[in-house]
Write a protein that binds this ligand. Sequence first.
Ligand code: FPP
Ligand code: K
Length: 491
Amino acid sequence: MSNPQLVPSSASAQSDLDSETVDEEIVIQRKNTLLMIPDIFTQLPPVRDSLATQTSQLQDDTVGKCLPLLSGEDELAEYNEHGLPRLDRARHVKFLHKNLAKLPGRFVAADSSRPWFLYWCLAALTMLGEDVSSYQEAVIETARSMQNDTGGFGGGNGQLSHMATTYAVVLALALVGGEKAFEVIDRRAMWRWLSSLKQPDGGFQVCLGGEEDIRGAYCASVIISLLQLPLNLAPESPAWTEDGSSDLLTGVAEYVRRCQTFEGGISGQPNAEAHGAYAFCALGCLALLDHPGRIFQRYLDIPRLVAWLSSRQYAPEGGFSGRTNKLVDGCYSHWVGGCFPLIQACLNNIASGNDGTEAAYNAAGTGASCTLPPAPETLFSREGLMRYILCCCQDQSERGGLRDKPGKMADAYHSCYVLAGLSSAQHDWDLEEPTAAEEISATADPVWAVLPHLEQIFDRRDLVRPIHPVYAIPQQNARAIKDYFRAKQGF
Ligand code: FPP
Ligand code: K
């Protein structure tokens, strides 16, 4: 290296240098790092609305907290040549193990979220490359205490079964894996319980007598698919029909369609406000019903959805917001960022002509050849998301863990979904085998091909383990539980 300014201080600092020289060197180094960071991540947006409101004030405060961290000015961080700090793996691992241990009294309000803590921590540890099988016994015991004879899992012993806690328990059992863990689940009772939540309009209630929303549809689809449940409805279902024409999945896609809003995003229920968390639920749910290349086009306005999803990514922060005029939050790295691998799979399929567009065009008999547009290489700024995650979402204190934004405490929820978002930014996915609607319970499982995305700015050692784009657990864990239950005839 001919330019001494590029030599890291650890290598060049001599013991006889006085502290002033060292300080000067650090300043020079920071300036050089800054040169490597695109202006869009270090400057205020060029177009600003001069009307000050509570909303614009909160936005300015957030940018104010993020900018120094994005500009290589965090005293506690060591930046690489692109201005990115390392992923603090060891500290995050420690934080997550601690969150799986007995929590202090102030967590009592989170008691009914215990299944979630299991899932968030186990999933996050897995993404960080940890082996979580040592938690098998504990997860089995906890899951047993939360299962109801009437089907499903509550948030704790004696609590009402809920779609979200059931989803979290099933994923936690899949993460620790093994026959003993899978056998905890009473699948017949689960099937009855899901039948009783299924509504005539295609959606699902989240608990008996509770609200019907798109979380219900997503969680139900994941549970049905992972547990390979029969699709026919139990007679006590509100959606049961005498002629047997409707099953657990009837009308789910139509329900999802009704949740797309005028903005292009997806709301929790028809005619409500679009939110990133629900966009992921919508796409995840549809992707379990058929190949995204076919089903997204059939039920959603994709251009408007992509425009809305893209508008969730902010500059200079680089992270995503959950809805229009709200702030970036690390968790949307997954809820919004996790939509992109699914949309990418959809567009790749359309570009390859597999979705049937080309055949339909040719069949029209015009004689003209059909030229399909190529799929875009990437749909969001991976660099921006990575910068937000690594610069702004890591708790630099001894505590470790990942967070919503600077100034917030790290927690298990954000640790899980920030890492899941990092996985989306670091990898490319494609769905190899198209699957037919019936195949949700059929023998062949569609295979997601995943490779690290080339041209990255992060240290290769900071690559996290990829997760399945729909189930949000590693693909092999999803496959293991599905194969186990598929091999069983009936319950
Ligand atoms: C608004 O919170 C948040 C929502 C309207 C949706 C929350 C739902 C999820 C995070 C996940 C649902 C998915 C499953 C699988 C159960 P806010 O107003 O605090 O945040 P905001 O300002 O960022 O919108
Ligand atoms: K929030």
